[in-house]
Design a protein around this ligand. Structure first.
Ligand code: IPE
Ligand code: IPE
Ligand code: MG
Length: 247
């Protein structure tokens, strides 16, 4: 289904990899609709795409990959779809935790963990994080009940608490001190942000972290994405000239 040319691993310059790749996994519903299937079938089909992409990230030697699995806005979907996604993500973690652990992938979740995220799912997220915390080959960050604005609000609250407690002077607040209060402050900035399905927007993903990211949009619907599509995005990244405000 992909219109993109297939890019092989050999075409990538391994000395110039993005330090952190973010992916907005979009288009599951449209993939299902094209086949006359319910939207849930698109989410189910997206699991294979995700794990082939993780395999590609491992083959490339990427260190940080963050995928958008459920946004703070996705609660606005029909209750039946929200319920499906909660159960699906729980089952996916149960199915894939061994595999990720064996591949030495460190799994982390970014996003708000309180209600309405089911308690059982949060417990599984935390168990998976604890179990894989010692790995350092690839860090897979799963953005779940994640919103870039919510993350900045949470960081602002943490700064305010420190200020009120007298641990931080407001005039000493810097980009560094705010960054230190994000969900995953040890992750490097996002160098490459990929969105599938032809939509060209951020949808509240990694607003701070992707401030200087190269954006790559592909028409491929998420269930059709795979490691070769990831290589194509990295190849595109390697063709870009990054200036960071300089000339
Ligand atoms: C992305 O696919 C998955 C989630 C947002 C959970 P969509 O479900 O948004 O699929 P489209 O955009 O409706 O095709
Ligand atoms: C963004 O996709 C969220 C995820 C991929 C999890 P959406 O499909 O929810 O984004 P919008 O609503 O089209 O902007
Ligand atoms: Mg969508």
């Amino acid at each position: 289904m992909s219109a993109e040319p297939r890019v092989e691993l050999a075409a990538i310059d391994r000395s110039r990899l993005p330090a952190h790749v973010g992916i907005i996994m979009d288009g599951n519903g449209r993939w299902a609709k094209q086949r006359g299937l319910p939207r849930s079938a698109g989410h189910t089909a997206g699991e294979h795409a995700l794990f082939d992409t993780v395999e590609g990230a491992l083959e490339l030697g990427l260190r940080y990959l963050t995928v958008y699995a459920f946004s703070t806005e996705n609660w606005r979907r029909p209750p039946s779809e929200v319920k499906f996604l909660m159960n699906f993500n729980r089952d996916l973690l149960l199915r894939r935790a061994d595999d990720l652990d064996e591949r030495r992938v460190r799994v982390r979740f970014i996003g708000r963990r309180g209600r309405p995220v089911p308690r059982r799912l949060v417990e599984l997220m935390e168990a998976t994080e604890a179990r894989t915390a010692h790995h350092d080959r690839l860090t897979l960050q799963i953005a779940f009940n994640y919103g870039g604005r919510a993350e900045l609000v949470d960081a602002a609250r943490a700064l305010a608490e420190d200020a009120v407690a007298g641990r931080l002077r407001p005039d000493r607040i810097t980009e560094r001190s705010l960054h230190a209060r994000l969900y995953a402050p040890s992750a490097p900035d996002v160098d490459l942000l990929v969105r599938t399905s032809g939509e060209q927007r951020l949808s509240n993903f990694l607003l701070w972290e992707a401030a200087y990211a190269e954006l790559v949009f592909t028409e491929t619907l998420w269930p059709d994405f795979d490691r070769y599509a990831l290589y194509a995005a990295v190849a595109e990244f390697q063709r870009r000239a990054r200036r960071f405000g300089r000339v």
